[in-house]
Design a protein around this ligand. Structure first.
Ligand SMILES: Cc1cc2nc3c(=O)[nH]c(=O)nc-3n(C[C@H](O)[C@H](O)[C@H](O)COP(=O)(O)OP(=O)(O)OC[C@H]3O[C@@H](n4cnc5c(N)ncnc54)[C@H](O)[C@@H]3O)c2cc1C
Length: 379
């Protein structure tokens, strides 16, 4: 463990420096608190699910499989990201140019299912002007690289994406700038929780020993470089097994994903998945045939039984932030904000028992996020 000479314990120890841990630690430090962060992997974030993610910010497209809470968290977070990124010490690629949804003729029965699910799971204010049908030439005009390739599609014009690795880097720089005591390459087990007045556990799947219902859902992605294609926004290809996407980042980099497989399998990408992902990209644009494969990666999404994120208070000095599943980037700003507010109230003693917790939960902006550790919930 990194050694630091300190006169007293920090206000907060944040366990896990993936997406949530970095964001929470950085915000707490910005509010003037003394914060220590412990991450089992290196500073680049390469041990986190956040390292592999495509970082699409697509609340409407995700409404095809996510409930209203997630859609609303996603919409609010999409507005919050630019403000947050503006305060980071390094630039981060962020785009709000929409999502394009297309499908091949053979999969056309997927289209009405997708539309029905989105329309029933998303609020009217997001759908209003947010779900635009494109036919033939309109699709080519919106996304010239795909002109003539698909008969129909939908443009979800308000959606966005960012570069996941740039955010992780910029947050690491932000932690240093705000004086957070960082302990990279330092795994924290249940018997070795470091001293602090309040502990915030953001270890994702690494928190399984204390959150036994947490499970991993494996996702596999390819990163390729494909000069000359020029997609201007993430493209989703409807598919009967899982939603496939191609997310264009800077410098002709594309993230192609993602499988969704039950089970905590962190082994390398299977041949079948690689074939499916790369074939899907090739079927969207033949230019991907000449792309260069930079990486094939797999990771597991930290998931709770109801597929919702949760802020779980243990009734004492620990808050757990977990269950962000496939929506971490999409919802992190709002979830982290709520966690920071709650943790600050814990620190200054405003929440000390189950009644105070209940009062807090009732007044919270995202009250559905809050849970009391199962052992402390009334029967
Ligand atoms: C293939 C794939 C694609 C995805 N695409 C998207 C997307 O397009 N949009 C989107 O919004 N989300 C996406 N996600 C989801 C997103 O990556 C996760 O929701 C998010 O990373 C969860 O953040 P987290 O901080 O809770 O967990 P993580 O990012 O996994 O961070 C947890 C951290 O805790 C550390 N840790 C674990 N155990 C310990 C320990 N004992 N001691 C110290 N540190 C520990 C880990 O090393 C890790 O750094 C995707 C995920 C995957 C796998």
């Amino acid at each position: 463990m990194t050694s630091h000479v300190r006169l007293s314990q920090p206000d907060f120890a944040v366990l896990g420096g993936g997406l949530c841990g970095r964001l929470v630690a950085w915000q707490l430090a910005g509010a003037g608190h003394r914060v220590a962060l412990y991450e089992r992997g290196p500073a680049d974030g390469s041990q986190a699910a956040a390292w592999v993610a495509a970082a699409m910010l697509a609340p409407l497209a995700e409404a095809a499989s996510a409930e209203l809470l997630i859609t609303r968290l996603g919409a609010a977070s999409l507005d919050a990201w630019p403000r947050l990124l503006a305060d980071l010490p390094e630039p981060v690629f962020f785009q709000r140019n929409g999502t394009l949804v297309v499908w091949h003729h053979a999969d056309r029965t997927e289209a009405p299912l997708f539309e029905r699910r989105v329309r029933s799971n998303a609020p009217d204010d997001l759908l209003d002007g947010g779900f635009v049908t494109l036919a033939g030439a309109q699709l080519g005009a919106a996304e010239p690289a795909l002109a003539g390739r698909f008969a129909q599609g939908w443009l979800l014009p308000r959606e966005g994406q960012l570069d996941n690795r740039q955010v992780l880097n910029a947050l690491a720089a932000g932690l240093a700038q705000r004086g957070v005591e960082t302990h990279w390459n330092t795994a924290i087990g249940e018997g070795s929780v470091p001293p602090a007045r309040i502990v915030i556990d953001c270890r994702g799947l690494g928190a399984k020993a204390v959150m036994p219902t947490l499970r991993g859902i494996r996702g596999e992605v390819a990163r390729v470089r494909a000069p000359g294609i020029g997609l201007t926004r993430p493209v989703r290809l409807l598919h009967p097994r899982y939603p496939l996407y191609i997310a264009p980042k800077q410098d002709d980099l594309y993230v192609i994903g993602a499988t969704e497989v039950e089970g905590e399998d962190m082994s390398p990408v299977s041949v079948r998945s690689a074939l499916e992902l790369l074939s899907a990209a090739f079927s969207v644009h033949p230019g991907f045939g000449e792309a260069r494969i930079l990486e094939l990666n797999s990771q597991c999404r930290p998931t709770l039984p109801d597929h919702r994120p949760a802020l779980v208070w243990d009734g004492a000095q620990t808050l757990r932030v977990n269950g962000l599943y496939r929506h971490g980037y999409m919802i992190a700003p709002e979830v982290a904000d709520e966690a920071v507010r709650f943790a600050s109230a814990l620190l200054d003693g405003r929440i000390a028992d189950a009644d105070a917790f209940d009062g807090w939960r009732q007044d919270a902006r995202w009250r559905e996020l809050f849970r009391l550790d199962a052992a402390r919930e009334p029967a």
